[in-house]
Design a protein around this ligand. Structure first.
Ligand code: ATP
Ligand code: MG
Length: 248
């Protein structure tokens, strides 16, 4: 089992959109895939029309015994299951802090080892104990970056934080998202990414109104727009990241 987190310190950069599309493409390739919506906003749960039908708490779902497993739901797509978000997930951070060990969340994820090839974590923005745990638990961090100076600043901030706290950094894979081909800065960074961005993926995703339509369809892009260039770009992104983290 491999674990892929979709994360950026910055909000609104396309984490959920990426997580939903990567999860769907993985499942379509025949990999048993679980998406865990860790964000109390519940955006990926909304795309899959999933919510918890019984009472849940952040504390309960983080028990080392096989508790989280009881909260797995079907998405309606073959090979694709979800742990929907809950407003109580705002306390995940607090409970992980109480546990103290950075490896704690990875132990929680171990219960899925025999049943899934890939877990995708749709992470909330920000830096927290949840972030530290996710960074430890993941084989790869897929990071959407909008080609702007402020995004570059957030990226640098995160790298400094990870370095200062001796957290692993080698498995972070940024890619440019919401690229606007009419913008000079976007095109120039696409040709030559800023030198302090390491391990930049080759694939980038343009700004597209077809992606916005995921909200109308409440479905992954591939299900309604398979023929488009943007769907092809997501397939290329999946191919690239799945190779990096060796999904099999
Ligand atoms: N390549 C793209 N082109 C156009 N719109 C996009 C693209 N990627 C994402 N979006 C849109 O941008 C908005 C934010 O995307 P998304 O919710 O995936 O970001 P996020 O990083 O998960 O946000 P948050 O930090 O709030 O969790 C959504 O309306 C989404 O449809
Ligand atoms: Mg999100």
């Amino acid at each position: 089992m491999r674990t892929l987190a979709v994360y950026n310190l910055k909000g609104g950069v396309g984490k959920t959109t990426t997580a939903v599309n990567m999860a769907y493409l993985s499942s379509q390739q025949g990999f048993k895939t679980l998406i865990w919506d860790l964000d109390p906003q519940g955006a990926s749960s909304w795309y899959f029309d999933s919510s918890h039908t019984r009472k849940i708490s952040a504390k309960k779902i983080l028990q080392p015994q096989e508790i989280a497993y009881k909260y797995v739901q079907k998405t309606g797509y073959e090979n694709l299951d979800i742990i929907p978000s809950d407003v109580s997930f705002r306390d995940l951070d607090h409970h992980l802090k109480e546990q103290g060990e950075l490896t704690y969340f990875s132990e929680v994820l171990n219960q899925f080892r025999d049943n899934y090839s890939l877990i995708i974590l749709d992470c909330p923005p920000g830096i927290s104990h949840l972030t530290d745990n996710v960074i430890y638990a993941s084989d790869g961090i897929l990071m959407p970056v909008i080609p702007t100076w402020l995004s570059l600043h957030s990226y640098t901030q995160l790298k400094t934080y990870l370095k200062d706290n001796q957290l692993p950094r080698r498995h972070i894979y940024p890619f440019f998202n919401m690229v606007d081909v009419r913008k000079k800065l976007h095109m120039s960074w696409l040709r030559v990414p800023p030198s302090n961005i390491k391990k930049m993926l080759k694939t980038s995703i343009n700004t597209s109104s077809n992606i916005e339509k995921m909200g109308a369809h409440r479905a992954p892009l591939e299900t309604y727009d398979e023929q488009s260039d943007i769907a092809a770009a997501y397939r290329a992104l999946w191919k690239e990241i799945s190779k990096k983290i060796s999904v099999f």
